[in-house]
Design a protein around this ligand. Structure first.
Ligand SMILES: C[S@@+](CC[C@H](N)C(=O)[O-])C[C@H]1O[C@@H](n2cnc3c(N)ncnc32)[C@H](O)[C@@H]1O
Length: 496
């Protein structure tokens, strides 16, 4: 196996110097502290510790790869290097404790070779956290290895802060440890990997104030006091899903606790899968999608049964249903350009029972988009399970309420900052959104204005501003908190 292939199989992406130094600085290592680096790689974090005056004899480095271990030993004489699989060879119940632990562990998912090859053993060891990502398992292990008054600093995938699959691990941290600091790291921190990351610093101790850096644009932001803020650990512990938020305006906190769950207002469903779009779908003649279909058909040999284009009269017949196959940000309403073959023979091949849901008019929410985005769907419409989620309000008048909320800045913030900071939102995230009790009529009215203005950009801009205003007012979000929310959306490049 090539060196690059071997590194990517082990999840070996090394920490840049300024970030390594920030992690080492947060640990405040004392003269007699025993320090562990459990996934040492080429020693970026060890270099940072030594640079801050930690003695080599204080440091123990674990690393899976034998060649990397040999190199570490040569490069850092005096440190203890042990070649081991940290996740499989260390039983925390019998292992000596460490005063400080610093890590940027491998980010390997359940699809990785390593996790698949060791699935049963990993499951036995880490069943309590219910996650199969290696960074979560390293964090769980190292929490257990901390000495009394011990502290750790971890650089991990940012999904740890919000994804439901990590809720049990977050609950463990928030209930039994002190969360000292959370930093949303700059984008593209690692050469060759696009993963978004965060730094968590956690100690043994009772909960208190959490130092937060909500959005580091570059590594130099770490040393700028103006970039940092504070919130309390108790406020995070009580939130649904227990997100490790970096921004938590008071009004949002109240809404998340007291609002009505969306799940009480609507039914929802993931979509369907045709198993072969080329034969099951057709584009509407004259639409931009029709040109795409024609190009595809030509490039695949011109078979008339594939990538069909149908006239509006045919599309409106019983044999076809409107179909949504585009995620992305498209708010309020969008013309349907694709249709799915609804003949009994074709339907026999489809997977997923999504077909029943939009028997009544509903709202489709993009499953993959930079920000929360929803649009109206007519009765009888269907949608692709990879691209959208469907919601139908129990009461017809709540359709515009739900649509308006899902397209607002406030809910874009709640979804990304607190529910699921990944490009793909889940049904469970949607259903757990909380709806304000007051001001619903104003939101409905403002949303109707947006739908009416959807093809007139200046009018839509004005209608959108009214909608945001109505949503903020309904949720009792103060102007100061709005500024924080808009700042966060802007820094993430998803503001309006
Ligand atoms: C993301 S790299 C980080 C290296 C270094 N800590 C840094 O920050 O630059 C993760 C390292 O963990 C090693 N590794 C992967 N799985 C491991 C395991 N189960 N036990 C110990 N080390 C492992 C990889 O070989 C790789 O060198």
């Amino acid at each position: 196996m090539s060196n690059t292939a071997s590194r990517s199989r082990r999840g070996a992406f090394y920490t840049p110097a300024l970030s390594a130094d920030m992690l080492a600085g947060l640990l405040r290592v004392g003269d007699s502290d025993r320090v562990l680096e459990p996934a040492a790689g080429d020693g970026a974090l060890i270099e940072a510790l030594l640079g801050r005056g930690v003695r080599p004899e204080q440091i123990t480095a674990w690393e899976l790869d034998p060649d990397t271990c040999a190199e570490l030993g040569r490069r850092y004489p005096g440190i203890t290097v042990e070649q081991r699989d940290a996740l499989l060879s260390v039983d925390p119940a019998r292992w000596p404790r460490f005063d400080r632990i610093i890590a940027n562990p491998p980010y390997l998912s359940k699809q990785s070779h390593y996790v698949r090859a060791n699935r049963d053993a990993l499951r036995r060891r880490f069943s309590a956290i219910g996650s199969s990502e290696t960074y979560a398992m390293f964090l769980d292990l190292c929490l257990s290895l901390l000495a009394p008054k011990g502290c750790l600093a971890f650089l991990v995938s940012d999904t740890i802060r919000t994804l439901r699959s990590h809720e049990r691990l977050r609950a463990r941290i928030l209930a039994d440890y002190r969360l000292e600091a959370v930093v949303a790291m700059p984008e593209r921190l690692f050469t060759g990997a696009s993963v978004r990351t965060c730094m968590l610093s956690v100690s043994r101790g009772s909960s208190g104030t959490v130092r937060v850096l909500p959005h580091a644009r570059t590594e130099t932001d770490y040393s700028d006091p103006a970039s940092w803020g504070e919130l309390t650990q108790a406020s995070l512990r009580d939130l649904p899903g227990r997100p490790l938020a970096t921004v938590l305006p008071t009004g949002v906190e109240a809404l998340l606790r007291e609002g009505q769950p969306l799940g009480e207002l609507a039914r929802s469903h993931i979509g369907m899968h045709t198993t072969d779009n080329a034969v099951s779908l057709a584009a509407l003649a004259g639409s931009s999608m029709a040109r795409t279909y024609e190009r595809r058909r030509e490039s695949e040999g011109g078979d008339p049964a594939r990538w069909r284009v149908i006239e509006a009269g045919v599309a409106a017949g019983a044999g076809w249903r409107p179909y949504l196959r585009q995620g992305g940000v498209r708010d309020f309403a969008a013309p349907i350009e694709e249709f799915v073959d609804w003949s009994p023979a074709a339907r026999a091949n489809y997977k997923g029972a999504g077909g029943a849901l939009f028997g009544e008019p509903g709202v489709a929410v993009s499953g993959v988009a930079s920000r929360l985005s929803a649009r109206l769907m007519d009765a009888g419409s269907l949608w692709d399970s990879n691209k959208a989620l469907g919601v139908v309000a129990h009461r017809a008048e709540d359709r515009l309420l739900i649509l308006g909320l899902l397209c607002s800045d406030l809910y874009a913030f709640i979804a990304k900052a607190l529910l699921n900071d990944s490009p793909s939102i889940q049904l469970s995230d949607l259903l757990s959104l909380r709806i304000p009790i007051h001001g619903r009529e104003e939101i409905r009215r403002a949303c109707a204005g947006c739908v009416a203005a959807v093809s007139d950009p200046p009018a839509l801009g004005r209608a959108r501003a009214e909608l945001d205003e109505a949503v903020y007012a309904a949720a009792r979000i103060t102007p100061a908190d709005r500024a924080v929310i808009n700042g966060w959306l802007g820094a993430r490049g998803i503001g309006r």
